[in-house]
Design a protein around this ligand. Structure first.
Ligand SMILES: [Mn+2]
Length: 194
């Protein structure tokens, strides 16, 4: 089983996170930010990973530190659980439509950190969640998984739909990338290392 458990405490946030890439239950998310809980739950369900997150952050400031730090810890946990990445597909790509919106996520568990974020939101707030934190979250995630991540809203209007399509698409792309493929012997790289 590919698992990781991380606890990270700073003056801004206290985070406990457990995940299992090879189990789908449980999923239990509590960050204190309703919209972010909604997004992380979708991400876990669509990536089919068991994910437990308990975050206690400085929400009296705003939701920035909590969202960014959960992205950091989730990224660290995925990287740790993947280990040497032997036998995995490595790449994943998913388009997810949501009514009028179409979102794309394409990623490579390359060991190199890169984010391309080509998305615009009209609505600055989604509940207590600042819409600009979508990019902050994925930046923290990509840099700590050490993956190349391309996100794009192909078209769309509603900010909730746009954010949701990106979290779902990234979950589905990640499931494809982390899946062990019996045709792949060792690490899926001509370098021999990911
Ligand atoms: Mn929704």
């Amino acid at each position: 089983m590919r698992t990781a458990a991380i606890e990270r405490n700073t003056f801004e946030t206290k985070i406990k996170l457990e995940l299992n890439l090879d189990a789908q239950e449980p999923v239990d998310i509590d960050t204190g930010v309703g919209f972010f809980d909604h997004m992380l739950t979708l991400f876990a369900r669509h990536s089919r990973i068991s994910l437990i997150v308990k975050a206690d952050g400085d929400l009296h400031v705003d939701s920035h530190h909590t969202v960014e730090d959960v992205g950091i810890v989730l990224g660290q946990a995925i990287k740790e659980a993947l280990g040497d990445k032997a036998g995995i597909n490595r790449y994943g790509t998913s388009f997810v439509p949501m009514d009028e919106t179409l979102g794309l996520s394409s990623l490579d568990l390359s060991g190199r950190s890169y984010l391309v974020f080509d998305c615009q939101f009209d609505n600055p707030k989604l509940g207590a969640f600042d819409t600009e934190l979508v990019e902050e979250f994925f930046q923290a995630l990509a840099f700590n998984v050490q993956m190349t991540l391309h996100l794009k809203i192909m078209h769309g209007k509603n900010s909730h739909h746009k954010a949701e399509s990106l979290f779902k698409a990234t979950g589905r792309a990640l499931r494809e990338a982390i899946t062990i493929n019996p045709e792949i012997h060792g690490v899926n790289s001509t370098k021999g290392l990911l």
